[in-house]
Design a protein around this ligand. Structure first.
Ligand SMILES: O=C(O)c1cccc(C(=O)CC[C@H]2O[C@@H](n3cnc4c(=O)[nH]cnc43)[C@H](O)[C@@H]2O)c1
Length: 228
């Protein structure tokens, strides 16, 4: 089985890299072998533009059996503790569109895109989790992807009323779009590093989120490698 593990930054998957260095055979700079599993690691950059370009370029010459995106995220759900983990089921492109006075309209609202045009289901990029050999026992979440981390009440209220999101990232939609378009089974794992609220960086807990994310990543990859 060929598994692609991808993240926006190396910081988010550093402990996983240490696990691979310890437990697997290094085949080349970004390629490892664990049991019968070929693992490729792609650090694709922050934001949808970087991510889509890096992932698209990778997929043009490689076809994994499964792709896994691992990252930290903001949470709209204040009842979810920092460091908790989710797998994202549906993604919305939440800041691509037009401003009409004090209203935001996405590309579906202004009819530049049509509902359910491939690979969308309605106006969302939905993971059915079909074709995955293993699925961790984690809550499923709705994600919004944005170019600017949300940090004001009007923006947060707008996103909540329009998309009812649980989490926010800057790359989820790009990952879903590419994997759905290429028909590659995929899984987006996110660990909560902060709440989506008026910006206060001192409240973020990136080290905890990275630790929890990587424990799950190692466990998921071990389970997949055991099935290979
Ligand atoms: O402003 C800073 O000093 C700063 C330092 C480190 C990281 C950041 C980020 O904004 C991280 C963006 C990165 O993490 C994901 N992420 C985490 N929380 C959120 C969020 O609330 N909204 C959107 N994205 C978030 C994101 O996917 C990026 O890859 C800032």
């Amino acid at each position: 089985m060929k598994l692609l593990v991808t993240a926006a930054t190396i910081l988010e998957v550093q402990p996983f890299l240490q696990f691979l260095d310890r437990e697997s055979q290094k085949v080349s700079a970004h390629q490892y072998r664990l049991a019968n599993c070929d693992i490729q690691l792609l650090i694709a950059g922050i934001g949808m533009m970087h991510y889509a370009y890096s992932l698209g370029r990778h997929l043009a010459t490689n076809r994994p059996d499964m792709a896994l995106q691992a990252g930290i995220a903001g949470s709209f759900r204040h009842d979810w503790p920092l460091g908790s983990l989710v797998m994202v089921e549906r993604e919305y492109l939440a800041d691509l569109g037009a401003e009409d006075h004090d209203q935001f309209k996405d590309l579906f609202d202004i009819q530049l895109w049509q509902a359910s045009q491939p690979p969308f289901t309605g106006n969302a990029l939905v993971n059915t989790f079909a074709g995955l050999p293993y699925l961790p026992h984690l809550p499923k979440a709705t994600g919004v992807s944005v170019n600017m981390v949300s940090g004001s009440i009007p923006t947060i209220t707008r996103l909540e009323s329009k998309y009812m999101p649980d989490v926010e990232s800057m790359e989820g939609a790009a990952f879903h779009y590419a994997c759905l378009s290429e028909n590659i089974p995929f899984l987006q794992l996110r660990s909560i590093s902060n709440y989506v609220e008026i910006r206060d960086k001192s409240k973020w807990n990136i080290p905890l989120a990275v630790k929890q994310l990587n424990e799950e990543l190692v466990s998921t990859v071990n389970s997949l490698a055991g099935l290979c």
